[in-house]
Design a protein around this ligand. Structure first.
Ligand code: GAP
Length: 459
């Protein structure tokens, strides 16, 4: 089907029906801005994370992994500037109290209002456009002034004060866990510069209007890497990482036709450059999936000053605060892009339509389905043995219920690239039929060769 014919509502309903994504705590009417990955979703999300980890950490000799705690000393967020400046400009409808994000409303009217602007500057722009901004709930144009509301989510973990006066924060980005461990990594591994530190983990933001499925949620997962360079050497590293990250989207099966770069017009004061990789989501249009930022030496300098610890790098007596290239991608947004890209409704020759998820094999939640032609005559036992042999190597499932044709369709629906059928002939010729999801072609493969055959295909 054409990409332009895809509908997000259909894909979201499908994702729920087939066990990919469920609304959080649905039996209690859900919880805005949170979702749960179901049995197939968790495998897809893990495959995306594995793909990223492999590209960014395992294939590099100089990028090191980390898994920092979600809760940190609250001084981290003061130093990073999040306590003072990590906010959205919000206004309330005076008639029905519906809250709007003023920057987003202005954006719809072609006016850029970004985080670097002061409250006064945003209100000036807001005042110029008040006539064109209408409350979606009651139609009123009577709004309060815009004021910044902080996005950090507070927690009382470890705060036993009776008035909640010592809040801690659930991290608003994983990157700060990397900065505060910079010295630990340097002191323990003695890396040569340049080097990177990467981690995958949850982040939390009090988004005023979580929207568009997994696109903007209050709890989400980030895959972030901070690459530390000598001052002046960040630009070259930045260009290399931009190329690599673009390529990584292609490896996830995303067509370049549905990707584009977007350079930020207005940079936050410490950033030297910022580009987003945007995906063309069905209905929603192009929007950010990954951000690549030249963050200069801002964060390490801030943490040096606030902690009193020297976070400079000593390269044979040459001391400097490294500059940082950051790559940051949300698991949920990558997940939606991969799912939307893979979703296909195909008209078959017999007039039937099949829904098929065309995941690249390395990301498919189930990579191989083992199907005995019949349950009887020892076929099930033999197929189960094949399942057991393959289970440690691939993500495998076993299915013996219903006709083989129906079982093929069920696997197409969750994007399984290969179905292996054990039939009566298999008993004699020690071969199985391997059916390809996309071409629907079938091939006989010797059981002794099956692992190699599938490994080759899946790679
Ligand atoms: N450390 C840099 C940073 O956090 P960001 O542009 O705010 O930069 C990076 O976020 C990525 O995290 C985004 O490109 C997006 O994929 C993901 N992300 C950010 N906010 C999100 C949200 N509310 N829901 C889902 N994903 C989000």
């Amino acid at each position: 089907m054409k990409h332009s014919d895809k509908k997000m509502d259909t894909i979201i309903a499908y994702a729920k029906r087939k066990g990919f994504v469920f609304p959080s705590s649905e039996i209690y009417d859900g919880f805005a801005g949170a979702y749960d990955y179901g049995p197939h979703g968790v495998e897809l999300a893990r495959a995306i994370k594995r793909h990223w980890w492999k590209d960014v950490v395992l294939k590099k000799h100089n990028v090191y992994g980390l898994d920092a705690a979600i809760v940190m000393n609250p001084k981290v967020w003061v130093a990073s500037g999040h306590v003072a400046g990590f906010s959205d400009p919000l206004a309330d409808c005076r008639t029905c109290q519906t809250r709007i994000r003023v920057d987003k409303e202005l954006e719809k009217l072609g006016v850029t209002a970004d985080e670097k602007m002061s409250e006064e500057e945003i209100n000036k722009l807001f005042d110029q456009k008040r006539d064109e901004i209408v409350c979606i709930k009651c139609g009123s144009k009577d709004f309060t002034e815009a004021r910044p509301i902080n996005l950090l989510v507070q927690s009382n973990v470890g705060d036993f004060s009776t008035d909640g006066s010592n809040p801690v924060y659930l991290r608003g980005e994983t990157a700060q866990g990397i900065y505060v461990n910079f010295k630990n990594v340097v002191d323990s591994l003695h890396p040569k510069i340049p080097f990177g530190i990467a981690q995958i983990g949850k982040a939390f933001r009090n988004e005023i209007s979580p929207r568009q499925f997994l696109f903007r949620t209050r709890e989400f997962e980030q895959m972030e890497m901070q690459y530390f360079t000598r001052p002046g050497e960040d630009k070259t590293a930045y260009e290399t990482w931009k190329e690599e990250r673009w390529d990584s989207f292609k490896q996830m099966g995303i067509s370049e036709e549905h990707l584009r770069w977007n350079q930020h017009d207005n940079l936050v004061f410490y950033a030297a450059d910022a580009w987003d990789i945007e995906y063309q989501f069905p209905d929603y249009g192009f929007d950010e999936v990954e951000g690549l930022h030249m963050r200069t030496n801002y964060d390490l300098t801030q943490h040096s000053e606030h902690s009193g610890k020297d976070l400079s790098f000593n390269d044979n007596g040459d001391k400097f605060i490294p500059h940082v290239v950051e790559t940051s991608i949300g698991v949920g947004r990558a997940f939606v892009a991969v799912l939307a890209e893979a979703y296909d409704e195909e008209e078959l020759e017999d007039g039937d339509t099949r829904v098929v998820l065309r995941f690249v094999p390395k990301l498919a939640p189930v990579q191989v389905a083992i199907l005995p032609l019949m349950k009887k005559d020892g076929l099930a036992e033999a197929a189960q043995q094949i399942f057991a042999d393959l289970a440690g190597v691939f993500r495998v499932t076993y299915d013996e219920s219903g006709s083989v044709g129906k079982r093929y369709r069920r696997q197409d629906e969750i994007g399984t690239p290969f179905c292996v059928t054990y039939d009566y002939e298999s008993k004699d010729d020690k071969m199985v039929t391997v059916r390809d999801r996309d071409s629907m072609k079938q091939e006989r493969v010797a059981i002794t060769e099956l692992t190699n055959y599938l490994q080759e295909k899946i790679r």
